[in-house]
Design a protein around this ligand. Structure first.
Ligand SMILES: [Zn+2]
Length: 234
């Protein structure tokens, strides 16, 4: 078996920060006794950061040398190793993620007496942490008309299709707005709007939130929040 290509130095630093140099199987603090292991040994993109896992020497030996000819106990599977690693990353980075409030609304925050005229829609994003650090947020959207996915907001700045990251310092409140496309206002069909946020912490680890879905009530020009998602998110 050929040796997999090494990870980039910048990626090695990131994964060591994400686990604070703890083993991503047994959670032992490792200091310098840590190996950045390739989870999959024979596939495409072996040097991708998603294929890396920091391990102590013991766990590295157990994962690498499990004897499939004489199985004893239960070996680690790739999906389990990745999930366990992500648990450890989350343990050591979740304090970097502030409470974020997101709202789709026709109400104009600084003038509650005037509602936005549809298809103009307000979008508010708040960093609600005082003692937290700044973060960047990826905002992805989906228009769902009559149950059909019509894709994201067409936005050349990339704010609503995931191409630009929103910068949120502690207690920053951003009042955004966008125009839904013409086909959303031409009929009385069921219109939903979904938003998926991904918080990117200071060390570039991504923390995906659950998608949020709002349904538009045309008669009264307001949106209500659904307790589930209707879109297919990858
Ligand atoms: Zn270990």
């Amino acid at each position: 078996m050929t040796k997999p290509p090494p990870f980039k130095d910048t990626d090695k630093i990131k994964v060591l920060l994400w686990c604070e140099r703890h083993c991503c199987i047994c959670d032992k603090p490792c200091d310098t006794n840590i190996i950045i292991h390739h989870i999959e040994q024979e596939s495409e993109n072996l040097d991708d950061i998603r294929n890396a896992i920091p391990l102590c020497f013991d766990c590295h030996g157990k994962i690498k040398n499990y004897n499939t000819k004489h199985p004893w106990g239960t070996s680690y599977k790739v999906a389990e190793i990745k999930a366990r690693r992500d648990q450890i990353y989350e343990k050591y980075t979740r304090h970097l993620v502030p409470p974020i409030h997101c709202e789709v609304t026709q109400i104009i925050r600084n003038n509650r007496n005037i509602l936005r005229a549809f298809p103009n829609v307000g979008f508010n994003l708040d960093h609600n942490g005082i003692v937290f650090l700044p973060v960047k947020v990826r905002v992805e959207t989906k228009i769902i008309l009559r149950g059909k996915d019509k894709g994201p907001i067409d936005d050349k700045h990339g704010y609503y299709n995931g191409n630009s990251l929103w910068h949120l310092n502690p207690t920053t409140r951003i009042f955004g707005n966008f125009n839904l496309p013409e086909f959303c206002s031409q009929n009385n069909d069921d219109l939903k709007f979904e938003v998926k946020l991904t918080v990117v912490d200071q060390y570039e680890r991504e923390h995906p939130h659950l998608p949020l879905c709002w349904t538009y009530v045309r008669k009264n020009n307001y949106w209500f929040l659904e307790p589930r998602s209707f879109a297919k998110w990858t």
